[in-house]
Design a protein around this ligand. Structure first.
Ligand SMILES: O=C(O)CCC(=O)C(=O)O
Ligand SMILES: [Fe+2]
Length: 366
C-alpha cells in the first residue's frame, strides 16, 4: 500500500510524528506543527478556480410542502425537485422536521468518537468495504498517491443497524438520527420518481429500499497549517441514490456546477442533498451524480455527517426501462446493469486506474 512505502519524514519539521499517519487529528495536534507532510501535499492548482454563487441560487426544497402541502404545492415542489436534480444534482432541504437538538446531539456524539483515545478506536477500524464499522484516515488509502486531511467513521445503519459502542450514548442518538433521515430520503425519492414521470413508489420498489443500504459517514477535518496545500476529500461522486449532509457550522464543501467549483457555505438547520451514481444510472443520465469535494482551513476543525442512501446490496441497478421509450422514439440505455454490492467493491478496489466507477458502467457513444 502507498501509505507503507511513503518515505520517512524529516524529524525537525514534524517533531513527534509517526512515519505512518493513522490519524490527522493526532498529527494536527503535534506541538509546533507549521507545515504539512509531503505525503499530504497537493499542488496548488488542484484547488482550481472557485466561484461563489450569488446567495439564493442553490435550489431550496421545502420538505413540508412535499409531505403535507396542497396538491398544487406538492406538484410545484416535485417540479422544483426535478429541476434541482437536472440542473445541479444538489439542493438544500428546509422544513424537514428533524429537531435541531437531534442534529446537535449527533454531531456531539461523532465528535466524542473522534476524541476517544486512539487505542479505544482500534477495535472499530475495519478493513473491507463491506465491514459494517470502519474508521481511519484519508479516503481510499490502498489506491491513493497523496493522503487527505480527514479522519472518518463509516457505519452501516440499515437494513441492519450497527454502531460503535463508544462513546456512551452515540448508539441511541445514531439510531434515531438514521431513522429520521431515512424517512426524509424516502420522501425525496418519492418526489424524484414522480419528477421522472414514474409512479411515486417506483424507486422504492425497483431499488428495494425496504432493505436499502444506508451508510453513516462522519468526517473530521482538523485545523490545517497549510490549507492551500491540503485537501479534505478529493473530487468524487457518491455511490447510491441520495446523500444528506449536515456540518458543524464551518464550511468547506464545494460542488461542481457547469464546470466550476462552487462554495456551498453553511446553512444551519438544513440538509445539503446530492444525487448519487445510482440515481444517474436509474434515470439513464437525466439526473447526473454531482462531483463534490471538501476543503480544509486553518481556523477551526470542521465536521460533517453524510448519510448515504443506496439500493439493497443485491439490487442490480440499470436504467429504468420506462425511461427508454418516449414519444420521440426509443432512447438507448447509456449504462450497463451492475449489482450495487459489486459496484461498491469495484469502487474501493485498485482496479479503476484513476477512472471513476461510473465510467465503468457507462456505455460510451460510438
Ligand atoms: O465533508 C463534506 O462536506 C463532504 C463529505 C462527503 O462528500 C462524503 O462523505 O462523501
Ligand atoms: Fe461525498
Amino acid at each position: 500500500m502507498a501509505a507503507e512505502t511513503a518515505s520517512p519524514l524529516p524529524s525537525n519539521t514534524f517533531p513527534s510524528q509517526p512515519t505512518k499517519i493513522t490519524s490527522i487529528k493526532i498529527l494536527a495536534e503535534s506541538p509546533g506543527l507549521t507545515s504539512i507532510p509531503a505525503t499530504h501535499t497537493f499542488t496548488p492548482d488542484l484547488h482550481g478556480q472557485v466561484t461563489s454563487v450569488p446567495e439564493g441560487s442553490i435550489p431550496v426544497i421545502d420538505y413540508s410542502l412535499l409531505i403535507s402541502g396542497t396538491p398544487g404545492q406538492r406538484s410545484e415542489i416535485v417540479h422544483e425537485l426535478g429541476r434541482a436534480c437536472e440542473d445541479w444534482g444538489f439542493f438544500m432541504v428546509i422544513n424537514h422536521g428533524v429537531p435541531q437538538k437531534l442534529l446537535s446531539s449527533i454531531l456531539d456524539g461523532c465528535r466524542g468518537f473522534f476524541y476517544l483515545e486512539e487505542e479505544e478506536k482500534q477495535e472499530f477500524k475495519g478493513s473491507h468495504v463491506l465491514d459494517p464499522i470502519r474508521s481511519g484516515t484519508s479516503f481510499n488509502v490502498s489506491v491513493e498517491k497523496a493522503f487527505y486531511w480527514r479522519d472518518f467513521l463509516k457505519v452501516f445503519v440499515h437494513p441492519v443497524f450497527y454502531s460503535p459502542t463508544k462513546p456512551a450514548g452515540l448508539s441511541e442518538v445514531s439510531l434515531e438520527y438514521s431513522q429520521r433521515v431515512r424517512e426524509i430520503a424516502r420522501g425525496l425519492l418519492t418526489g424524484i420518481s414522480e419528477s421522472l414521470g414514474l409512479e411515486g413508489s417506483y424507486i422504492e420498489k425497483a431499488m428495494d429500499l425496504e432493505r436499502g443500504k444506508q451508510i453513516f459517514i462522519a468526517n473530521l477535518y482538523p485545523t490545517c497549517p497549510q490549507p492551500e496545500l491540503a485537501m479534505g476529500m478529493p473530487p468524487h461522486s457518491d455511490h447510491g441514490l441520495l446523500t444528506l449532509l449536515i456540518q458543524n457550522g464551518i464550511g468547506g464543501l464545494q460542488i461542481q456546477h457547469k464546470g466550476k467549483w462552487v462554495n456551498v457555505g453553511t446553512h444551519s438547520n438544513s440538509f445539503l442533498v446530492n444525487t448519487g451514481d445510482h440515481l444517474e444510472i436509474l434515470s439513464n443520465g437525466r439526473y447526473k451524480s454531482v462531483l463534490h469535494r471538501a476543503m480544509v482551513n486553518s481556523k477551526g476543525t470542521r465536521m460533517s455527517i453524510a448519510m448515504a442512501h443506496g439500493p439493497s446490496l443485491d439490487s442490480v441497478v440499470s436504467p429504468a426501462p420506462e425511461l427508454l421509450v418516449s414519444s420521440e422514439g426509443d432512447e438507448p440505455a447509456a449504462y450497463i446493469g451492475m449489482k450495487y454490492k459489486d459496484y461498491l467493491e469495484l469502487q474501493q478496489s485498485n482496479k479503476l486506474d484513476g477512472k471513476s466507477c461510473l465510467d465503468r458502467v457507462r456505455i460510451s457513444a460510438v
